[in-house]
Design a protein around this ligand. Structure first.
Ligand SMILES: [Zn+2]
Length: 537
């Protein structure tokens, strides 16, 4: 069965034929791309869809996000943007009233920020007890480093007034020395470890909801890090959920799993089970080993090569020693795994490059396509080293919108001249697959486009753009979110552009991002999403 799509403004992301009017799809694949006349001549008795002049792009491919974590966050009470404790209580009571929860169900909320509260004080267990004492409750602060639980939860966790603080964490206490329900840093795990794991059935339902959401935004492929979403870190359950969704015909996006396995015994167990990069199908495939080598800029946990400008003596946190990182990377590379590492600070990025270079010396692999995710605090020397080693630079333009408010204090203007250098990376010839890192930031690729091209946050600040010399052109952005992301999963010959022989994954947009005034990019919406030639959203 053939379908001809005609009268379109088709942006192909194919260097030699950047524009087309029409294309023909058969069995989920683009058969022909060209003018209306060419396509209709080849169409025979094909069904014809009139695109009515609308813009078509290859489906977006988000090269790094946390789909299951995003899905999980959507099952929690949404506390983002709340401005008072009273409002949190009201929202939570309404949420509970709309549900019929089994006794003992843990109720989770996320996104509160006490600096915004009219009451001018911290949230504590007595506030949550006024919502319910029937169910245990756990409310995560916007930073994710602090939670508040109610009395029912404290009792189930087994924390009383005499419980000592765990190493690396603190149990909040009131003026009388009683545990007040606030759990900071590692003390959070006392609570998280009591929240029961989600079943495969629950994970599937959550994933379907998140997949529906991203599909409506024109996303047809995701590269997602999911294995440690729940405290049991059960990667088998996550794989089972995706594989069952695929069998049931419910995967509306193609999934490349970034396998977070940061301990050598877990990596070896995974390899021994027969998994490595590329195992799977057109819809669900095992991707790279994923590692987190440092934190982020806001809380000064990104690992810098020099001290923080606003905290002398502090360089942040390196999650691994060089030896630990080398062992993980070399083991992966020797066993058929691509590797991607989260690296934000220049100190972390240098450690990652050391490990990649060592892996290439010990287990040479000409087309390894190892990469660095975020790659924020950089220097020309680091970028040159990445280019020389053929290391992918997974850029995340949307993070600029958040970081621009604090990073100048953190690292000073000197280091920033060669950081968040997405334009320079492109011009040097580095491969720059783009991503959202959702749920940390907005998953809508159009929001990423706005920030990448304008170098402004979503409120339009600052007026002239932040380090605007590193703004991407819209063409660089679109290629980054399609073809370069496909390259990051060894599938540039199968997707990422509208060309004969590739999967017919595409999105119909309400406007043309290449001609709209960049300040109006966010007026563009996805109107229809097709996966393998079939309309899915
Ligand atoms: Zn991430």
């Amino acid at each position: 069965m053939k379908t001809a799509f005609v009268n379109g403004n088709v942006i192909t992301i194919h260097q030699d034929h950047p524009r087309a009017e029409a294309f023909l799809v058969e069995d989920g694949i683009f058969l022909q791309v060209g003018s209306r006349a060419e396509v209709l001549a080849a169409a025979g008795d094909a069904q014809v869809v009139d695109l009515e002049g609308r813009t078509v792009l290859p489906g977006f491919n988000d090269s790094h996000l946390h789909l299951l974590n995003f899905a999980y966050s959507r099952t929690k009470i949404d506390l983002y943007g709340t401005s008072s404790i009273a409002q949190i209580q009201e929202r939570s009571r309404q949420w509970l009233a709309q549900r019929d929860l089994a006794p003992g169900t843990w109720v989770s909320g996320a996104g509160w920020n006490h600096y915004a509260f009219q009451e001018g004080r911290m949230l504590d267990r007595t506030d949550l007890d006024q919502i319910t004492t029937q169910y245990p409750m756990i409310f995560t602060r916007v930073c994710e480093h602090t939670v508040v639980v109610n009395s029912k939860a404290l009792e189930l966790i087994g924390i009383d007034d005499s419980t000592p603080d765990p190493e690396g964490g603190a149990i909040g206490r009131d003026a009388g020395g009683r545990a007040n329900g606030v759990l900071m840093e590692t003390a959070r795990y006392l609570a998280y470890s009591k929240v029961p794991d989600k079943s495969v059935t629950e994970i599937k339902a959550m994933l379907q909801d998140a997949i529906d959401y991203v599909s409506k935004l024109g996303i047809t492929s995701v590269q997602t890090d999911d294995f440690e979403t729940f405290s049991s870190k059960n990667w088998r359950g996550v794989l089972q959920a995706y594989q069952e969704l695929e069998r049931e015909g419910k995967l509306k996006v193609r999934v490349y799993e970034q396998c977070l396995l940061p301990q050598i015994h877990r990596l070896k167990e995974f390899l021994a089970a027969g998994y490595h990069t590329g195992v799977g199908s057109d819809l669900f495939k095992i991707g790279p080993l994923k590692l987190l080598t440092d934190g982020s800029i806001g809380p000064r946990t990104a690992y810098l090569a020099q001290d923080y400008s606003d905290d002398p003596g502090n360089r942040g946190i390196a999650v691994f020693t060089q030896d630990e990182l080398d062992e993980l990377v070399c083991t992966a590379q020797a066993n058929g795994m691509q590797v991607v590492c989260h690296g934000i600070g220049d100190g972390a990025i240098e450690m990652i490059l050391n490990a990649y270079e060592k892996a290439q010396r010990e287990h040479p692999k000409p087309d390894a396509r190892n990469g660095i995710i975020h790659v924020q605090i950089t220097s020309r020397a680091i970028l040159e080293r990445m280019l020389k080693g053929d290391i992918l630079a997974y850029g995340e333009p949307v993070c600029v919108g958040a970081d621009m408010h604090c990073v100048e204090d953190r690292v000073g203007p000197g280091r920033l001249k060669e950081s968040y250098a997405y334009r320079t990376m492109n011009e040097m010839g580095l491969r720059v697959p783009l991503s959202s890192d959702c749920p940390v930031d907005s998953v809508n690729p159009i929001d990423s486009a706005y920030i990448a091209v304008n170098r402004k946050d979503l409120t339009g600040w600052p007026e002239g753009g932040w380090y605007p010399q590193e703004a991407l052109t819209i063409d660089q952005f679109l290629k980054g979110f399609t073809l370069d992301s496909a390259y990051a999963q060894f599938e540039e010959d199968k997707k990422g552009s509208i060309q004969p022989g590739k999967y017919a994954d595409f999105v119909v947009l309400s406007g043309d991002p290449t001609t709209v005034d960049p300040k109006d990019l966010r007026t563009i919406q996805a109107q229809a999403t097709y996966l393998g030639g079939r309309r899915v959203s």
